[in-house]
Design a protein around this ligand. Structure first.
Ligand SMILES: CC(=O)N[C@H]1[C@@H](OP(=O)(O)OP(=O)(O)OC[C@H]2O[C@@H](n3ccc(=O)[nH]c3=O)[C@H](O)[C@@H]2O)O[C@H](CO)[C@@H](O)[C@@H]1O
Ligand SMILES: C=C(OP(=O)(O)O)C(=O)O
Length: 421
């Protein structure tokens, strides 16, 4: 079993470069199926979700070349077939749901197992299904998998109102509708930067997607898609994680390769706490910050405060002064980091629909468990802040989404290692 061991209580300094966005790349890879050609992705992070998707794509017949060091993935999808994917890696990540949209778009049928991903409470797919059905697909279940098949030769464009703002359902609808006959309009679409990134690749592959980044997306179906070259946007969640760390224990840290606009609500919260930063064109410098103020956080869809940054910012909140709360309106049950941080001495608990905390809390090293990806990231930060040694178990979750976390943290001066026993 792999574990992370941290000797905490030291300050950090230096520079860290943010990798390509997990939540973009995990959609871009399945999207390449629609090209029926060669697509090159640059800025691909070295995370296990990418490795899982590459494995699944190869099972389907894609020819893939990967230069991990350079972050380049070349995917030839000319020989891909829509074969049933009921088990295996499919269940190890959430983003395997994008194979439904991409295979349906290219072949008019898809048999894909139910997705995995972080356990954050119920994560239904009703909106994805509603959209696929509206486009003219029929749903049935085969073994452990959803089977979708176009009722006619092609899917046909229509207007789809999303009852909730959903990243996955918005992207999946874009994928399936890219090749449909006619125009598809997604109303109440999610507006995350990753959606714009996927739309950019689709457009470069010959699709016609307009309005991504707003809550109305219009897709005019195109029969012919082709290869393209695309650079993945920087990971705003990884950036936020390092910014929170730098604010907590930094003596001057520069976070490179960030798009400030993608982090506005997060940075506004850091400013409200009193974190001192200099914002440059594609980097943010965090200065040594003291006398931080406790704040309240409510997570909402983009451009509001991201749910994925709620757990990573918690250790910073615990270093501030005062009382505060966190309310996650996207996933009410995204609270599994709370008992682990309490085990490290944090005055934090869950009361009704909120996480409440009292700061400053003096954190002490402990043996803790990463229950999910961002809880794990939060525990890494807590371990760095804490006095003494922290051992984090179940770190496979962390490796799903943080590229070279040990190397990046070590370069900043963190005493951290990955051990296997
Ligand atoms: C691979 C990926 O990109 N994962 C991200 C994506 O997940 P994911 O795409 O799963 O998240 P959604 O935006 O779809 O979920 C938002 C909310 O809508 C609900 N919902 C969603 C779909 C549906 O059919 N029915 C339904 O009720 C969910 O349970 C959740 O409460 O967006 C989340 C919200 O920003 C992030 O936390 C995840 O990191
Ligand atoms: C919840 C997350 O990922 P996924 O949707 O892939 O489980 C995340 O990135 O925080």
């Amino acid at each position: 079993m792999k574990k992370i061991v941290i000797n905490g209580g030291r300050s950090i300094s230096g520079r860290v470069t943010i990798s390509g966005a997990k939540n973009s790349v995990v959609a871009l890879i399945p999207a390449t199926i629609l090209a029926n050609d060669v697509v090159t992705l640059e800025g691909v992070p070295d995370i296990s979700d990418v490795a899982s998707l590459v494995e699944i794509m190869e099972i389907m017949g894609a020819k893939i070349q990967r230069d991990i060091e350079a972050g380049i993935l070349t995917i030839d999808t000319r020989h891909v077939v829509s074969k049933p994917l009921p088990y295996g890696k499919i269940n190890s990540l959430r983003a395997s749901y994008y194979f439904n949209g991409a295979l349906l778009g290219r072949f008019g049928k898809a048999t894909v197992g139910l997705p995995g991903g972080c356990d954050l409470g119920p994560r239904p797919m009703d909106l994805h299904i509603k959209a696929f059905e509206a486009l003219g697909a029929e749903l049935s279940y085969l073994e452990n998998a959803m089977h979708l098949e176009a009722k006619e030769e092609k899917l046909h464009g229509t207007t789809i109102y999303m009852d909730m703002v959903s990243v996955g359902a918005t992207i999946n609808t874009m994928l399936a509708a890219s090749t449909a006959e006619g125009v598809t309009i997604i109303e109440n679409a999610a507006r995350e930067p990753e959606i714009i990134d996927v739309a950019t690749l689709l457009n470069n592959m010959g699709a016609k997607v307009r309005g991504a980044g707003t809550d109305v997306i219009r897709i005019t179906g195109k029969a012919d898609m082709h290869g393209a070259r695309h650079t993945v946007i920087p990971d705003r969640i990884e950036a936020g994680t390092y910014l929170a760390l730098a604010a907590a224990v930094g003596e001057g840290v520069v976070v490179d390769n960030v798009i400030y606009e993608h982090l506005e609500s997060f940075i506004a919260k850091l400013e409200e706490m009193g974190v001192r930063m200099t914002i440059r064109e594609d980097s943010i410098e965090v200065h040594r910050s003291e006398n931080l103020k406790a704040v309240n956080i409510k997570t909402v869809p983009y451009p509001g405060f991201a749910t994925d940054l709620q757990q990573p910012i918690t250790p910073l909140l615990l270093k501030a002064k005062g009382r505060g709360w966190i309310m996650d309106t996207i996933y009410e049950k995204r609270v599994n980091h709370v008992p682990e941080m309490a085990r490290m001495g944090a005055a934090i608990s869950t009361v009704d629909d909120r996480i409440v905390y009292e700061a400053p809390s003096t954190l002490k090293g402990a043996r803790v468990r990463a229950t999910d990806l961002r809880a794990g990231a939060g525990l890494v930060l807590a371990g760095i802040i804490a006095e003494g040694t922290t051992t984090i178990e179940n770190i496979e979750f962390i490796l799903r989404g943080y590229d070279s976390i040990i190397e990046k943290m070590t370069a900043l001066g963190v005493d951290i290692k990955l051990i296997e026993d």
